[in-house]
Structures are given as structure tokens and as C-alpha cells.
Design a protein around this ligand. Structure first.
Ligand code: ADP
Length: 300
């Protein structure tokens, strides 16, 4: 398809610099955003990063973790549960959970040629262009900054080494949590995912029970069923079909696995193998993050 061919050309150094400038613009002083949206203005990367650091450390935060600046990233295959654990941690730590997949879906719900071309990519399990995703993320970060948000937990970004390089150039990510789940469970979890079309809550109708063997123990993940209010309003994501999930997994292995390596080399990667469903996994994740003693952890 012409669109994907054109959109998937590799980013040159100039393109990377342009994207960085765009992201920095949204992360640095808000006055710079009002001066227009051209992508070619020269911005000093180090100065912008310093401004970002300064603005995050002085922003108000209602969390008991006030003063700690969380700039965390969640990596992991489709269906692993990035959204579930990122959103729980976001409530616990008082930092926003920013999922680029959600930003993309919001954008796609609008009409227009660009939206229908992007829908074509998303619904076939392909990545959308870096330019588009950086622009969406920049807008979201800028809006958060204006509201006084401090830090973030990114979910679904970065997904390519180019995106990781750009992010690394503009801010200091302190931790990258790489969620892992046995491959047999990933497809079943995507196919079982349901979303309430009214309140947006996520559920899962799949009951995953993988027999243990000499190498690995049994894995049981009970369904997460909706309350009666949501039951009649459940929908599935258009890209949660078997064919598209398999393509998303293929793309993850090709494009995003190198990002794991990128952060491993920088000593930022925490590998976390999910032992099962939320009741088993959540306390262990908190322990791995040294958050297990916090009273609020238990109820998050
Ligand atoms: P997944 O369950 O596969 O992790 P997401 O909800 O994170 O899915 O993303 C849905 C789709 O949005 C992706 O398949 C891709 O088309 C697009 N997308 C989200 N984040 C990015 C990104 N960082 N770069 C490129 N495309 C993205």
C-alpha cells in the first residue's frame, strides 16, 4: 500500500532532530508553544532537557510520593497487560498514565483522510509513523504540563529504537519495566479483551489455564468479568482479531525487541515475568519495584 510504503521509510538524522525539537517544544516552557508550531526552529537539546527537569521537580503532586519524579516506561508484547499495571501504578504514584495506543484510538475516532489512512495501518497491526506519534505525545505532554502534571508512566512508547533515541535525547527515563508473559497466553488475552463502550473500563472474558510441565509451573488467569452495568455495552478493539494480533506480535519482535536491548545497555531495564493474573502479579511487581510497604499499594 502506498501509504505504508511512504510512511515506513527510515528516519534520517535530520528527521530525528526535527522530531526531537517537536517533543522538546511540548516538554519545555509553555510560552514556546504559543510562538507557533513550525518544526524547523532550532532548540538547544540540553537546555530543553534541563527546563523539563526543572519544571517536573517543582510541579505540585497530590501523591504521597511527592518530590520523587517518576519517568517510567512500560514495554511488553500486545496483550501482556501494560495498560493494567501502568494504570494501577499511575494511581499509586500520582503520575499520569500515558498510553500512546489510547491517543491513537482517540485520534482515529475523528473523520478525515489522515484518520482513515492511519486506521488502515492500525487495523492491520502496523505501527503508525514516528512523526505522527511524536506529535500526539507532544500535545498530550504539553496539555499535562499546563495542568501541572509531574512525571509520567509511558505505555506503548517508545516502540522503535528511533523513538527511544528521541526520548533519550529530551528527557531522562529512570526505569523501563519490561513485562513478560508466556506466549500461549498473549493471543488468548487479546482475543478475550472487552471494553465498555460507555465508561471505557477494560475486562477480559478469557479464562487462561496453561498446564505446568517440568520447565514451567501451571499458569491460571481467571477472566475479569464486567459488572452488570457494563455487560451489555462491551466492544472489542478492531485490531484484536487473531490475524492482526499475530501481526502485532511479529512487529513487536521485529521493531520493539531492539528497544529492550537499548535500555538494557543503559542499565534501565527491569525484566518482570508475570506469574499469572492480577492477584498474584501485582504484589510481586510492587516488591520488584520496592513499593510493597506502602499502605496504599494493597488497595491500588
Ligand atoms: P498493543 O496492545 O499492541 O500494545 P496499543 O494499544 O499500545 O497496542 O497500540 C495500538 C496501535 O497504535 C498499535 O498497533 C500502533 O498501530 C499504534 N501505536 C501505538 N503506539 C505507537 C508507537 N509508539 N509507535 C507507532 N505506533 C503506535
Amino acid at each position: 500500500m502506498a501509504v505504508s510504503h511512504r510512511l515506513f521509510r527510515p528516519a534520517t538524522t535530520t528527521v530525528k532532530k526535527t522530531f526531537s525539537s517537536f517533543l522538546i517544544r511540548s516538554l519545555s516552557s509553555s510560552s514556546s508553544s504559543s510562538s507557533g508550531s513550525s518544526l524547523d526552529s532550532k532548540i538547544d537539546l540540553e537546555e530543553a532537557a534541563a527546563q523539563l527537569e526543572k519544571s517536573s521537580s517543582t510541579s505540585p503532586s497530590p501523591s504521597p510520593y511527592k518530590g520523587r519524579n517518576f519517568h517510567w516506561v512500560f514495554l511488553g508484547c500486545p496483550g501482556v497487560g501494560k495498560g493494567t499495571y501502568a494504570s494501577r501504578l499511575s494511581s499509586l504514584l500520582g503520575v499520569p498514565h500515558i498510553a500512546t495506543g489510547d491517543l491513537v484510538r482517540e485520534e482515529l475516532s475523528s473523520s478525515g483522510l489522515l484518520s482513515s489512512q492511519l486506521k488502515e495501518l492500525v487495523n492491520h497491526g502496523k505501527l503508525v509513523p514516528d512523526e505522527f506519534i511524536i506529535s500526539l505525545l507532544s500535545k498530550r505532554l504539553q496539555a499535562g504540563k499546563e495542568k501541572g502534571e509531574s512525571g509520567y508512566i509511558l505505555d506503548g512508547f517508545p516502540r522503535t529504537v528511533t523513538q527511544a533515541e528521541i526520548l533519550e535525547g529530551v528527557t531522562n527515563i529512570d526505569l523501563v519495566i519490561n513485562l513478560k508473559l508466556r506466549e500461549e497466553a498473549l493471543l488468548a488475552k487479546c482475543l478475550g479483551r472487552r471494553i465498555c463502550s460507555e465508561c471505557g473500563a477494560n475486562y477480559n472474558v478469557a479464562c487462561i489455564d496453561i498446564k505446568g510441565d517440568d520447565d514451567s509451573p501451571r499458569m491460571y488467569m481467571p477472566p475479569l468479568l464486567p459488572p452488570p452495568d457494563c455487560e451489555s455495552k462491551l466492544i472489542s478493539r478492531a485490531d484484536d482479531t487473531e490475524e492482526v494480533v499475530k501481526e502485532r506480535l511479529r512487529i513487536y519482535n521485529k521493531m520493539t525487541q531492539p528497544v529492550e536491548e537499548f535500555y538494557k545497555k543503559r542499565g534501565k531495564l527491569l525484566e518482570f515475568e508475570l506469574p499469572g493474573g492480577i492477584p498474584e502479579s501485582w504484589p510481586r511487581l510492587l516488591r520488584a519495584l520496592h513499593l510493597e510497604n506502602d499502605k496504599q499499594s494493597a488497595i491500588a
